[in-house]
Ligand binder design. Structure first.
Ligand code: IYR
Length: 222
């Protein structure tokens, strides 16, 4: 078979309609059990699992295949203590004046506040950085495209992989987040995107009672 230069045939996995229905239902049932968890056990997750999860995120599509992301795994206790201190400082200002009354009201059901013990307690933090531009071999700036979309998709895949491994995570958005760039000494092309504590849930972990949107409100067919 003739193949264009720079291309290879794509052998997509293929299933019967029955298999597709079954597989899609099973995957939905699995993903529907995912919840954001704020209470972690201190038990350590094997490094290989963390690596596989991040490699899964790295399979995400990205603008012009620039892969504009870096995933920092933070286990070091001193660094985490410092990140917690800086995050709590920002969050204190958020909860005491920077967030509107209606925002605080919307958060009441989650019972969140500026205190963030999960930063020190989870097995590790995966701190996602977006690369607003890259560097080529000569060290020249290289344009990255659709950076937020690409990193958002990769992060969604990361969260799915975490759930698939039987672990829990929280998408923590300390704001502003630039203290993370300094704390981890990241290069000038990287901006902190999300802090994702990952690990096993605490024994007594609870999650708020939430309902997901109905299919009717979720999908519009034309
Ligand atoms: N970043 C703060 C506030 C916060 C905001 C939203 I939107 C949430 O869904 C949850 C929390 C915090 O992490 O507490």
């Amino acid at each position: 078979m003739h193949t264009k230069e720079g291309f290879i045939p794509y052998n997509a996995p293929s299933y019967s309609e029955e298999e597709m229905i079954e597989r899609s239902k099973l995957f939905y049932d699995e993903m529907n059990q995912r919840r954001s968890v704020r209470f972690f056990s201190k038990k350590k997750v094997p490094k290989e699992v963390i690596e596989n999860i991040i490699k899964t995120a790295g399979t995400a599509p990205s603008g012009a295949h620039k892969e504009p992301w870096t995933f920092c795994v933070v286990e070091n206790a001193e660094i985490r203590k410092e990140i917690r201190r800086l995050a709590e400082e920002e969050e204190y200002t958020n909860y005491n004046g920077r967030m509107s009354d209606s925002w605080l009201k919307d958060l009441e059901i989650f019972e969140t506040d500026h205190v963030k013990p999960f930063i020190e307690e989870a097995s590790c933090l995966i701190i996602v950085f977006k690369q607003v531009y890259g560097f080529d071999e000569k060290g020249e700036k290289n344009t990255h495209y659709y950076v937020n979309e690409s990193v958002g998709i990769a992060t969604g895949m990361l969260i799915s992989a975490i759930h698939n491994a039987g672990l829990v995570a929280l998408t923590h958005t300390p704001s502003p987040m630039n203290f993370l760039e300094k704390a981890l000494n990241r290069p000038p092309n990287e901006r902190a995107y999300l802090n994702i504590p990952v690990g096993y849930p605490a024994e007594n972990a609870e999650v708020p009672v939430l309902e997901r949107k109905s299919t009717k409100d979720l999908i519009v067919y034309y």
